[in-house]
Design a protein around this ligand. Sequence first.
Ligand SMILES: O=C(O)C(=O)C[C@H](O)[C@H](O)COP(=O)(O)O
Length: 214
Amino acid sequence: MDVLVDLARHVLVPVVVVDDAADAPALGDALVAGGLPVAEVTFRTAAAPDAIRALAARGDVLVGAGTVLTPRQVDTAVAAGARYVVAPGTSRAVVERCAEHGVAVLPGAVTATEVQAALELGVTTVKFFPAGTSGGAAAIAALAAPFRDVRFVPTGGVGPGNLHEYLALPCVTAVGGSWMVPRDLVAARAHHALRTLVADAVALADSRRPRATR
Ligand SMILES: O=C(O)C(=O)C[C@H](O)[C@H](O)COP(=O)(O)O
């Protein structure tokens, strides 16, 4: 799907917890100013749908929904304008509801059995979550051997110190993380601090995977 191509082009997926949807405009401004107009808004707070709505309405941020656990949340996310749905695990119900809506879905998978389950549901790009405690880049490289057509989006425990390990793998199309959008800075609408963190993350990713090859 085109959205997955766009995510791969951006390389990084900021995973954000928004406590108040009124914080979304400042978040969107910082993401755009920092050069990474992408957000995965997690359904960990009640503000998530309105935050997605606010980010989607501005038209310059590729916004998705994260921590989606149920088909009902898929409906809510899509109605709010989410262009993609991310789930921590591989749920048939969630994947099928996404397919009904025609929205891209990134279900979580960290074992061979989970990857096979995702493939059986027609999914070829999975979220590798939680990446850090599931074997990290070495585990992804091992899984990529039998699953040659599967692409991975490692998330969870990724940061500036280990980003390069993941970006070195051709099967990693993008990397998710919250390090460039800390919850407290989002809540503080700390534009300059957020913009700097985002820009630094983009520069770091660029240094490991130049845009020309993305
Ligand atoms: O459950 C989900 O679908 C999630 O959204 C999980 C988040 O992607 C990670 O919790 C982010 O991990 P950190 O970058 O280590 O903060």
